[in-house]
Design a protein around this ligand. Structure first.
Ligand SMILES: [Zn+2]
Length: 119
């Protein structure tokens, strides 16, 4: 993942997670000062569960207008996200979330990352 550098494990621990329901952005503040704003649709598209991985391999895309219904803590592992299309099985590990970035969605760029959605 170009640009997705994580220097130390310290950065892999969030100081705060906020779901902005109106704008459908998930904001993650990391302990190293980085703040991410991830779009619900982008998160849905990058769901790491095995079912969605298989769907991506088969070139099937999730609904692009999915919204985030709920955010649950998945222990110390990461976040479990529930989407409006009924999909709530995706567990997003912190390191995975950190590797995602918001360059693929409208809004001010954060951090020095690039969109790699072509992969
Ligand atoms: Zn999934």
């Amino acid at each position: 993942m170009p640009g997705a550098t994580v220097d130390s494990a310290v950065g892999l621990w969030p100081a705060g997670v906020v779901l902005h329901a109106a704008s459908q952005r998930l904001e993650i503040r990391w302990r190293d000062g980085v703040t991410q704003q991830l779009s619900a649709a982008g998160l849905r598209e990058h769901c790491p569960c095995s079912g969605c991985e298989a769907a991506r391999r088969a070139q099937r895309r999730p609904p692009g207008d999915a919204t985030l219904q709920a955010v649950h803590a998945a222990g110390e592992y990461g976040l479990q996200l529930a989407f409006s299309d009924g999909h709530d099985r995706g567990i997003y590990p912190w390191a995975y979330l950190r590797g995602l970035h918001d360059a693929c969605v409208p809004g001010p760029p954060a951090h020095d990352t690039h969109c790699d959605s072509t992969s």
